[in-house]
Design a binder for this molecule. Structure first.
Ligand code: ASP
Length: 404
C-alpha cells in the first residue's frame, strides 16, 4: 500500500510551491491574481482556524486542569510555565537590543524621513486598568470577542471549580472531555487542509511584497531575523538539550510543521491546533501541553519582543534619539510587558509597539514607516513565538518528572 506523505512534508512542498508561484506571478505581473484568487483560500482556512480557537483554548485548558486532578499540580505547572515564558522573553529582548545596537552603531539602519509617516495608536489605559480588563464581566462576551486573556481566566476558574466540586461535577467532567474529543476531531480535519493555506498565503506574500519599501528596510528586517534565528538556536536548542536531553535537530524537526504554519499564517492562536500535534510528537504530556500551549499562544511572544526592540531602536534613530542604558532597560521591561499583552493574531505586535514607543517619548506616528512591511516581520516573529510555546511544553513535561 502506498504510504501517505506526512503533514510536515506536505507543508514544506506547499511552501516551496507557493514561493515558486509567487515569484512567477511577481515577475509575470500577476500579483493581483494572487491577491484576488489565491489569498481568499488562505483566508478561508484561517477563518476556519479562528472559528475553533475559542473552544480549543477553553476546552483544552479545562481538560488539562481536570486531567491533572489536583490544584497543586496545576499551580506547579503554572509557575514553571510562566517562569519559562518570562525568562525567555527577557532574553529575547536582550538579544533584540544587542543586534539592533550593533546594526545602529555600524550605520546599517537606513535613515528615513518620518515627515509623512502616519499611524494612530489606541490609547493605553495603563497597567492597572489592563489588569482589571483581564477579568471578564460577561463570559459570553469574552467568547464572542475572542478575548483570549479573558478566556484563559474563565478556563482557570471553571477547571479549578470542577476539581473542587469533586464527584458532583462528574457530568461536567464528562461533558468537557466529550466536547474536547469532538473539537479535536474537527481540528485534525482543519489541519489536514494546512498545505492549502500555506501555499496560497506564501504565493500571495511573495508576489505582492516585492516593492521598493522592502529594499529600503531590508537591513532592519535582516536585523530582526538574525535576532529570531539566534534566539531559536541559543534558547530553544539549549532548552531542549539541557532540560530535556533532546537533540536540538530532533526538536526543530518535531516543531517544523507548526513553525512553517505560524510563518505563513502569522497567528499563534490559529497555529494552536498544529502546535498541539507537534508538542505531542515531541513527547509533551497531553495535560501539560493542553495547559501550556493555549496560554503560550496568548502571552508568550519571544519573537514579538525581539521585533519590538529592533523596531524601537530603529525608529529612535529615525527620530534622532539616542537611547541611553537606562532607556534600554525601559525597552526590556516595556517590550516584555507589551509582548505579553500582544494577542496571538496577525499584526498585533505592531499595535503593541506603540506602548514601548510611548514609554520612551518616540512619536507613535513613526510606526507608519514600517507598517507596509509588517507582515514580513510578523512571519518570523510568529514562527518564533510558537516554537517557544512548544519548547516550554516539552521542558515542563520533563520538570514535572514525566518522561518525554
Ligand atoms: N502575529 C503574532 C502572533 O500571533 C503576534 C504579533 O503580531 O507579534 O504570535
Amino acid at each position: 500500500m502506498k504510504k501517505k506523505m506526512s503533514l510536515p512534508m506536505q507543508i514544506l512542498i506547499a511552501l516551496l510551491l507557493g514561493i515558486a508561484v509567487g515569484l512567477a506571478c511577481y515577475f509575470g505581473g500577476f500579483a493581483s491574481f494572487t491577491a484576488n484568487y489565491l489569498k481568499p483560500f488562505g483566508d478561508i482556512f484561517v477563518n476556519l482556524l479562528k472559528f475553533i480557537v475559542v473552544p480549543v483554548v477553553l476546552l483544552s485548558m479545562i481538560d488539562g486542569i481536570i486531567s491533572m486532578n489536583d490544584m497543586r499540580k496545576v499551580g506547579s505547572v503554572g509557575i514553571k510555565t510562566v517562569a519559562y515564558f518570562m525568562v525567555t522573553t527577557a532574553i529575547a529582548c536582550v538579544i533584540g537590543l544587542a543586534f539592533a545596537n550593533v546594526f545602529n552603531s555600524a550605520g546599517l539602519f537606513p535613515v528615513l524621513d518620518a515627515a509623512g509617516a502616519e499611524y494612530e495608536a489606541n490609547a493605553f489605559g495603563g497597567f492597572m486598568s489592563t489588569l482589571v480588563a483581564i477579568f471578564p464581566t460577561n463570559m459570553w462576551k469574552s467568547f464572542t470577542d475572542a478575548n483570549m486573556l479573558q478566556v484563559i481566566v474563565i478556563s482557570l476558574f471553571l477547571g479549578g471549580s470542577i476539581l473542587a466540586a469533586g464527584e458532583r461535577a462528574k457530568l461536567c467532567r464528562d461533558f468537557v472531555s466529550s466536547a474536547y474529543a469532538v473539537i479535536e476531531q474537527l481540528m485534525s480535519f482543519i489541519i489536514s487542509l494546512a498545505p492549502i493555506g500555506v501555499f496560497t498565503y506564501m504565493a500571495w506574500v511573495v508576489a505582492t511584497q516585492g516593492s521598493e519599501i522592502l529594499v529600503s528596510l531590508l537591513l532592519v528586517i535582516v536585523c530582526a531575523y538574525l535576532g529570531y534565528i539566534v534566539h531559536a538556536v541559543l534558547v530553544y536548542s539549549l532548552s531542549a538539550k539541557i532540560f530535556v536531553g533532546m537533540n536540538p535537530i530532533r526538536f526543530f524537526k518535531g516543531a517544523f510543521a507548526a513553525m512553517i504554519f505560524a510563518f505563513t499564517s502569522t497567528s499563534s492562536a490559529a497555529t494552536l491546533p498544529v502546535s498541539k500535534e507537534c508538542a505531542a510528537e515531541l513527547g509533551a504530556e497531553d495535560d501539560i501541553a493542553s495547559f501550556v500551549l493555549p496560554l503560550g499562544s496568548t502571552i508568550n511572544m519571544d519573537g514579538t519582543a525581539i521585533y519590538q526592540c529592533v523596531a524601537t531602536v530603529f525608529l529612535a534613530s529615525c527620530a534622532n534619539i539616542h537611547l541611553t542604558i537606562g532607556q534600554m532597560v525601559i525597552v526590556v521591561v516595556t517590550a516584555t510587558l507589551a509582548s505579553i499583552g500582544t494577542a496571538g493574531v496577525s499584526g498585533a505586535g505592531m499595535i503593541m509597539l506603540a506602548m514601548v514607543l510611548e514609554a520612551l517619548g518616540i512619536p507613535v506616528a513613526y510606526i507608519g514607516l514600517i507598517v507596509a512591511v509588517d507582515r514580513i516581520f510578523d512571519m518570523g516573529r510568529t514562527c518564533l513565538n510558537v516554537t517557544g510555546d512548544i519548547a516550554c511544553s516539552v521542558c515542563v513535561t520533563k520538570w514535572e518528572g514525566r518522561k518525554n
